[in-house]
Design a protein around this ligand. Structure first.
Ligand code: NDP
Length: 295
């Protein structure tokens, strides 16, 4: 099966590497061409020089870029995906995108006889390397069934959430929960640090109690206690995700003070810590404001 993968970032690279084997015939493209050429050499696949060239023969096209805005950019123009796509192809967008733009893109592609599935992923770089990602899909049942054989190369749990945009919506709400857990966890541990409670002791208790989460079980022990913030998932991307959740809640007139606050806090943290900070580094803002180090 001829597959094109566009967007070899932190998570796109390990996802694409699972497609560099039979029964797939993989072509990759990346905005910074050097990365695509290095990937191609390492994995024995072809690196195209434009999106149009990458998708020219593809039956399935996968994109994984920061947001739906970049998906639109890669689609457009003389050398964009749309210029090369063949009728009957399936377009799978693994970007954590926004539902409204995904629906717009799907309409445009439908006019060219191309099917669309939004398929954002969860499980981080580790999950992508292991091929165990959770993939939340939006689209028709038939299109998602068609996508399944490709998604199974890097995903373990592949779930249809509803029509086009539903995968993006579920992903955005998952990310809002992640952000709220990070911030609330930071506040809890900073308060306990002031009382002289060791953070590893506090986490041991919380992880055996009802307040536990992926943040307390995995992210905080690895990153906050370890004082190491590997840049596997940028704070800037989490800020983007919470913004999508905020838009969805607002558009549907859902009272959502937690999501509103998370959006504001992560937006501020992004401004303070910069575009390259890791998402868990948001805790550093709390530490600074509280005048305490969580350790
Ligand atoms: P990165 O920032 O590591 O990579 C972004 C990728 O998009 C790079 O390949 C980059 O190219 C490309 N890109 C950026 N801007 C453009 C543009 N204007 N036109 C074309 N290509 C562009 O992001 P991630 O890989 O971490 O994330 C990708 C998506 O996956 C995001 O939607 C993110 O929210 C989601 N995600 C990420 C997870 C993670 O753990 N990292 C987990 C789950 C979802 P270049 O190399 O040239 O910069």
């Amino acid at each position: 099966m001829k597959v094109a993968f566009l967007g070899l970032g932190a998570i796109g690279t390990p996802m694409a590497s699972h497609l560099a084997r039979e029964p797939f015939d993989l072509t990759v493209w990346n905005r910074t061409g050097e990365k695509a050429r290095a990937f191609a050499e390492e994995n024995g696949v072809y690196a195209a020089s434009t999106p149009a060239e990458a998708v020219a023969d593809a039956e399935v096209v996968i994109t994984c870029v920061p947001s739906s805005r970049e998906v639109e950019q890669v689609l457009a123009g003389e050398s964009g995906i749309e210029a090369g796509l063949k009728k009957g192809a399936l377009f799978i967008d693994c970007t954590s995108g926004d539902p409204a733009t995904s629906r717009k893109i799907a309409e445009r592609l439908k006019a060219r006889g191309v099917a669309f599935v939004d398929a954002p992923v969860s499980g981080g770089v580790k999950g992508a390397v292991a091929g165990t990602l959770t993939i939340m899909c939006g689209g028709s049942e038939a299109d998602i069934e068609r996508a399944r054989s490709v998604l199974e190369a890097f995903g373990k749990k592949i779930i249809r959430c509803g029509e086009i945009g539903a995968g993006d919506a579920v992903k955005a709400m998952n990310q809002a929960l992640l952000a709220i857990n990070i911030w609330a966890g930071g506040e809890a541990l900073a308060s306990l640090a002031k009382l002289g409670v060791d953070a590893s002791v506090a986490l041991e208790v919380i992880n055996g109690s009802s307040g536990r989460s992926n943040v307390s079980e995995n992210l905080f022990p690895e990153r906050v206690l370890g004082r190491k913030y590997p840049r596997t998932f940028k704070l800037a991307l989490l800020d983007k995700d919470v913004g999508i959740a905020q838009d969805i809640a607002r558009q549907n007139e859902i009272p959502s003070p937690f999501i509103e606050l998370a959006a504001r806090l992560f937006n501020d943290a992004r401004r303070i810590l910069g575009e390259e900070a890791d998402h868990v580094e948001a805790v550093r803002v709390i530490e600074k404001q509280a005048g305490v180090e969580i350790s």
